[in-house]
Design a protein around this ligand. Structure first.
Ligand SMILES: C[S@@+](CC[C@H](N)C(=O)[O-])C[C@H]1O[C@@H](n2cnc3c(N)ncnc32)[C@H](O)[C@@H]1O
Length: 261
C-alpha cells in the first residue's frame, strides 16, 4: 500500500507555452506545499509504499512500482482514445445519455460521485450536462485536476460544464442542491493480476483500492433530493446492496442500473 507521495523537484522540458502557472521549480514547490508532498531530487527512492509525482511539461505523472518495476500513470481527457471518443459524442450514440435521462431539449445536472479518471464526466459534459465531479482519493484527485486543467486550455468552453471537488461524496448527499442525477461508478473487485487487466487499470487500483463501501454509497445516494441515481456495473456483476433498479440499460461490457426517485 502506498502511504508516501513525493514530487520530483524539477520539470522535464521546463516552461512551455502552457498559460497556467509555469511549471518551473518555484511553482513545483508551491504545488508540493499545497498538497503536502515532499520534494525529492530523483525518482530513485521509489518503493512499494512510496510514489513520486513528476511534471513533464504541463502533464502530471505519478511513478509507482508495479511488480517490482517502475511504471507511471497520468490522465488525459483531450487526447488518445478518450479524446477521440469525445469528438463523436451524441445523445443517440452514448448509452450513458439514456441512463442519466437526457432528452431532446433537456440535459440533467449531474453529480459524478466517483469521478476517477473523469472519463464518464467528460462524456456527460460533452453531451451538454453540468457535471460536478467528486473524488476522495488524493493522488487520483491531483491527476484528474491536472487533466482537467489541460482540457480547459484546449476546450475552454467545457470549464462551465465540469467542476471538480476533492471530497467524500457520501458526505455531500444530504445537502445537494440543483442536482438532478447522482452517478456512481465504484471500483469493482476484480482479478488482481490478470494479463487481461490493463496496466493502467492495475496502477489506478493501487491508488483507489476496492471501494468496499460502495453499497453504502448507493443507499445514501437514494436518500438524496435527486430525480435519479445511476450505477455503472460490469456486465454480470451483482447490483449494489442487491437493490433492484427501476430499469437497466445493458451494453456489451457493462450495465447501468437506473433508480428513479
Ligand atoms: C471506477 S473509478 C470511476 C471511473 C470513472 N467513472 C471514469 O469514467 O473515469 C471509481 C472512483 O471513485 C472514487 N470513489 C469511490 N467512492 C468515493 C466516494 N465516496 N467519494 C468520492 N470518490 C469516491 C474512487 O477513489 C475511484 O477514483
Amino acid at each position: 500500500m502506498i502511504t508516501q507521495f513525493n514530487i520530483l523537484n524539477k520539470s522535464i522540458n521546463g516552461l512551455t507555452g502552457f498559460s497556467s502557472p509555469g511549471f518551473n521549480t518555484e511553482w513545483i514547490k508551491i504545488f508540493a506545499q499545497k498538497n503536502d508532498l515532499e520534494l525529492v531530487e530523483s525518482i530513485a527512492p521509489l518503493s512499494d509504499d512510496n510514489a513520486i509525482f513528476e511534471f513533464q511539461s504541463n502533464k502530471l505523472f505519478l511513478h509507482m512500482l508495479l511488480d517490482g518495476e517502475s511504471s507511471s500513470i497520468h490522465f488525459d481527457l483531450d487526447e488518445g482514445s478518450v479524446g477521440y471518443r469525445a469528438k463523436s459524442v451524441s445523445k443517440n450514440n452514448e448509452l450513458i445519455a439514456r441512463a442519466i435521462g437526457c432528452k431532446s431539449h433537456y440535459r440533467p445536472r449531474v453529480l459524478d460521485a466517483t469521478a476517477g479518471m473523469g472519463r464518464d464526466s467528460f462524456v456527460m459534459a460533452k453531451l451538454g450536462c453540468d457535471v460536478l465531479m467528486q473524488e476522495r482519493c488524493e493522488p487520483i484527485y491531483l491527476l484528474l485536476e491536472n487533466a482537467l486543467n489541460r482540457l480547459y486550455e484546449s476546450q475552454p468552453e467545457l470549464k462551465k460544464y465540469l467542476q471538480l471537488q476533492k471530497s467524500n461524496s457520501i458526505e455531500s448527499f444530504d445537502t445537494l442542491e440543483m442536482i438532478d442525477v447522482i452517478y456512481l461508478d465504484p471500483m469493482f473487485p476484480g482479478r488482481k493480476k490478470s494479463a487481461l487487466v490493463k496496466k493502467e487499470m492495475r496502477l489506478f487500483k493501487l491508488l483507489a483500492g476496492e471501494d468496499c463501501d460502495a453499497d453504502s454509497l448507493l443507499t445514501h445516494a437514494l436518500t438524496a433530493n435527486v430525480k435519479r441515481v445511476v450505477v455503472k456495473r460490469p456486465k454480470g456483476a451483482p447490483q449494489l446492496k442487491a437493490l433492484k433498479p427501476s430499469h437497466e440499460i445493458i451494453s456489451k461490457n457493462f450495465r447501468f442500473d437506473v433508480y428513479l426517485n
